[in-house]
Design a protein around this ligand. Structure first.
Ligand SMILES: Nc1ncnc2c1ncn2[C@@H]1O[C@H](COP(=O)(O)OP(=O)(O)OP(=O)(O)O)[C@@H](O)[C@H]1O
Ligand SMILES: [Mg+2]
Length: 470
């Protein structure tokens, strides 16, 4: 190298500052560049952590939401299962103000009400069972026969008294047709009566029938009633019956005892004056007194009078025994009433006659029924004075197929203690009365298969009611 040429140029200061800054920045860049990877990793980790945090938060929130709905539903499902198994004490414990809370409250209320209904049903069942047992016990132990028949005419129950009266075993009749009863009771009248019952219109009836059971005559008193449900549909018949044969016999025996007692009393009365008169005649005759003629005359008159009284009594008594057999003919009760109006025309101020509705023709012994009614009217006339009145009313009961005649007065009335004796022969509270009037009425009515009863009229007086089967 032979020569060196030097040039010097002064650079502007700003240029140098700029160069220095570039150099510094370059060095900064270089020093930062070596942090590039650790920083990047750092950021990635941070991002990952944040993402995970968000995912967990989302999961937690969704879990909370699902719990909020599914837990009550699970509880409800569990409770429903318990209820299905019959446990009505189960409750879902949850208090909330939202729709689920309302659902749970309604569910709990429903279960509570269900339990109450179940309890009341159980109580009703227990009560009805208790009544059934009680009723069955009563029916089994009462002294009357009880047979129930369903609407198809099949025998449903027969109690032990019915079996005893009819001489059968319960199993002999249950589930059989009611006609089979007539294998045990022979009575055409009863058979016809039962056949004639129409369940749609029948109410109840009390009837007495002479029947034959095991070849023996018995008197059975029946109470037949139609069993109806709340809508009034017939469920069949309930038949209650009693064997009153012995009772009737005992009553008759008692009645005859009473008759004998009264007759003895009535005969004794005239005997004393007869005996005294005869003794007086004997005494006078023995003593040879002068006035024997007058004494014989007086005493014989007394004897004749008393004997006549005795004769009258015996005649009346035999009339009761000689009441002719009833002869029933087709009769219009209106005709009898017309005749009675004529007979009692002198008392027309006091006596009124009424006929309710139309009365069918009936089979009656005209004369005897008239006689019975006359006896009742005579008694009523005797029991009343001019201001009081007497009503004779006739009507026909379609239900019980009975002709009903009422003789009512507002006279002196019958004393409580006399009521049972009215129909006995020789019972009289009247001076000169034979006491046979009502005994005759009673005989005529019972011969017709009817009944006569007596009760107090209101405010005073007496009502006699005659019921005659048509
Ligand atoms: N309507 C009546 N009101 C009040 N008492 C009555 C009535 N009917 C009857 N009696 C009472 O019953 C008794 C018996 O009556 P019953 O007809 O058998 O005999 P009697 O009337 O006394 O006698 P007779 O009929 O021979 O006149 C009567 O004495 C009377 O005391
Ligand atoms: Mg009388």
């Amino acid at each position: 190298i032979r020569s060196v040429l030097l040039f010097e140029e002064t650079l502007p200061r700003q240029f140098v500052v700029q160069a220095e800054k570039i150099k510094e920045d370059y060095e900064n860049f270089l020093s930062l560049y070596q942090w590039k990877i650790p920083l990047k990793t750092n950021y990635i980790l941070l991002m990952g952590f944040l993402s995970l945090l968000i995912i967990f938060a989302a999961l937690w929130v969704s879990l909370k939401i699902s719990n909020w709905i599914s837990v009550p539903i699970q509880k409800l499902a569990y409770a429903t299962e318990q209820i299905a198994r019959g446990d009505l004490d189960v409750r879902v414990e949850l208090k909330r103000d939202d729709e689920i809370g309302m659902l749970v409250d309604s569910f709990n209320r429903m279960v509570r009400e269900l339990k109450e209904i179940k309890l009341s049903l159980e109580n009703a069942y227990l009560e009805s069972d208790r009544r059934r047992v009680c009723f069955e016990n009563i029916v089994e132990n009462i002294d009357s026969g009880v047979v129930s028949v369903d609407e198809q005419g099949r025998v449903v129950t027969v109690n032990s008294t019915a079996c005893r009266i009819l001489g059968l075993k319960a199993g002999d009749l249950v589930n059989r047709g009611y006609e089979e009863v007539f294998n045990y009771i022979e009575s055409e009248e009863l058979r016809q009566y039962v056949k004639g019952i129409r369940l749609s219109e029948f109410g109840s009836a009390t009837k007495q029938f002479d029947v034959k059971i095991g070849g023996q005559m018995r008197v059975l008193k029946f109470f037949i009633s139609n069993l109806k449900d709340v809508q009034g549909h017939s469920l069949g018949l309930l038949v209650v019956f009693e064997d009153i044969t012995e009772l009737l016999k005992a009553q008759q025996a008692l009645a005859w005892q009473e008759v004998a007692r009264r007759m003895a009393h009535e005969i004794k009365n005239p005997l004393t004056p007869i005996k005294l008169s005869a003794e007086r005649i004997l005494k006078k005759w023995r003593r040879g007194d002068d006035d024997i003629g007058a004494v014989v005359e007086g005493a014989t008159n007394t004897i004749i009078k008393e004997v006549e009284q005795l004769q009258r009594m015996v005649n009346e008594f035999s009339r009761l025994g000689r009441l002719p057999q009833i002869k029933k003919t087709v009769t219009r009760i209106e005709q009898i009433i017309e005749e009675l109006k004529h007979i009692y025309r002198d008392f027309e101020q006091r006596i009124s006659f009424e006929i309710d509705g139309s009365i069918p023709e009936v089979m009656l012994d005209r004369d005897q029924i008239k006689r019975a009614l006359m006896n009742l009217i005579d008694n009523a006339v005797a029991a009343t004075n001019g201001d009081e009145n007497i009503l004779i009313r006739v009507n026909y009961s379609e239900n019980s197929k009975q002709l009903i005649v009422v003789v009512a007065d507002n006279g002196i009335g019958v004393k409580e203690e006399d009521r049972d004796k009215l129909f006995l022969p020789y019972f009289s509270r009247k001076k000169g009365g034979t006491g046979l009037g009502l005994a005759i009425v009673h005989k005529i009515i019972t011969d017709h298969g009817g009944e006569i009863t007596v009760e107090d009229n209101q405010p005073k007086g007496t009502i006699f009611t005659i019921k005659l089967p048509v």
